[in-house]
Design a protein around this ligand. Structure first.
Ligand SMILES: *Cc1c(COP(=O)(O)O)cnc(C)c1O
Length: 438
């Protein structure tokens, strides 16, 4: 009898509630922009494992930093003892994030706990209990961050009481214009959501899981001005697109935002678990022992974070993301001539969305099964990426920022081939049935 595959063992051992599987991929190793499966096959990873692998896998500088920190092991808990890696990373972040006055950094393990921390400390420090966020937003999967999220995948849990969800204006599907959304906010403020009870608005500077939506110019700035007039704090969630991915160090810099709090995760650890909240001392120093997590800011993950920050600056990864992203978007846009299914190509830098349609005339989305088939076929052809969007019809490309031009071109070519093969019926419904996730 052949032993069960890693994929079969995963199905038996790993809880379904913590899984998103888009293909039967297994991974035993990583190298640069490639992941290697059980059979030794190398696959180009255009998702960077959902974002964290911002400099790819096994980068020598990260390996070196982590090895060194693990050998020295300056304690294992920032809450108990300061360590030079965590304090150094906090200093790096204070330097990297524009802002005035005394500011502090809090470390966690994930985007979810960082947003959770922000919600709790904002409510406590401002003595305001209401929050505003967007339909389609994803801020995390633990109670506090889930409670201010507006993704369809969150509807199994009730939102936080007092949360107001606004539509995120989508230039490709203008169901709500920016002015209509702002009018809705004004109406909320004038009626059931008194602005002096609102602690903060949570903003994704580019909506990721909601469909890789680039906001219309000026909208977020106008929203910020409305909120700030009432003392509502501006929180920007940079977990998915921050640290160079959009072609600027921070996604909010495209929008002229001046956030009070900035949330980092995913890319910050280059694959190791670390997240951060950067904000004003009067909020972040609210009370001692307010948001404790024993191993958060531990020296190994923090050392990886410092290496990531160094590499972004030294290797010009922000500019590189802009350049490679433009190259990929141009190539994807050219594919639209040959592939009716591609309705829109959008994004910033190396945060790219490809919206798939059943009908270009009325922009009817493809069924999720079709999106899943494209992803499945691309996996068969050796390229990995995922899908997002409230209709499950947007391919999400968030590769490592040091992706080579050759790999970028290969990735786009495979996307075109995968779409063609799906149109030709080369992937069965049965094959993708287990991979329609959200
Ligand atoms: C992934 C994500 C989170 C949650 O981060 P985790 O590390 O998965 O907890 C929060 N916000 C955004 C915008 C994200 O993309």
């Amino acid at each position: 009898m052949t032993p069960p595959s890693l994929f079969e063992r995963d199905a038996r051992a790993i809880a379904n509630i913590g899984r998103l599987r888009f293909s039967p991929v297994t991974v035993v190793r990583g190298e640069g922009s490639r992941l290697i499966d059980e059979t030794g096959r190398a696959m180009l990873d255009l998702s960077a494992s959902c974002g964290p692998a911002i400099v790819g896998y096994g980068h020598p500088e990260i390996v070196e930093a982590v090895t060194h920190a693990a050998r020295d092991m300056a304690g294992a808990s920032l809450l108990a003892y300061p360590n030079p890696e965590a304090v150094g990373l906090a200093e790096d972040l204070l330097q990297a994030v524009p802002g005035a006055g005394e500011r502090r950094v809090w470390f966690g393990h994930s985007g979810s706990d960082a947003n959770d921390c922000a919600v709790r400390v904002l409510a406590a420090a401002t003595k305001r209990q209401r929050f505003i966020s967007f339909i389609g937003s994803y801020h995390g999967a633990i109670s506090g961050s889930m409670g201010i999220s507006g993704h369809t995948a969150m509807t199994h849990t009730l939102p936080r009481p007092g949360l107001v969800l606004l539509p995120y204006p989508d230039p490709y599907r203008p169901d709500f214009t920016p002015d209509q959304v702002l009018a809705l906010l004004d109406y909320q403020f004038a009626t059931t959501c008194p602005p002096n009870q609102v602690a903060a608005v949570f903003i994704e500077p580019l909506m990721s899981d909601g469909g890789l939506i680039v906001p219309p110019p000026g909208f977020l700035k106008a929203l910020q001005d409305r909120c700030r007039a009432h003392g509502v704090k501006i929180v920007v969630d940079e977990v998915k697109v921050g640290l160079g991915r959009t072609g600027l160090l921070h996604g909010f810099q495209h929008e002229g935002l001046e956030p009070d709090l900035v949330i980092f995760g995913k890319a910050l650890g280059g694959g190791l678990p670390i997240s951060a909240v950067v904000g004003p001392a009067e909020i972040m120093d609210h009370a001692p022992a307010f948001a404790l997590q024993t191993t958060a800011g531990n020296p190994v993950a923090a050392a990886a974070g410092r290496a990531v920050m160094r590499l972004i600056a030294r290797e010009g990864l922000t500019e590189r993301a802009e350049r490679t992203g433009a190259r990929m978007r141009q190539a994807l846009t050219r594919l639209m001539d040959r592939h009716e299914m591609i309705g829109d190509v959008r994004g910033r830098g190396l945060a790219i969305g490809v919206e798939l349609l059943a009908d270009r005339d009325n922009k009817a989305p493809v069924p999720v099964s079709t999106t899943a088939k494209v992803i499945y076929r691309a996996w068969e052809l050796g390229v990995l990426f995922l899908y997002v969007g409230l209709r499950g019809n947007v391919l999400e490309l968030t590769p490592p920022l040091n992706l080579s031009d050759d790999d970028a071109d290969e990735g786009v070519a495979v996307i075109g081939q995968a779409i063609e093969d799906v149109v030709q019926g080369r992937v069965s419904d049965q094959a993708v049935a287990p991979f329609m996730m959200w």
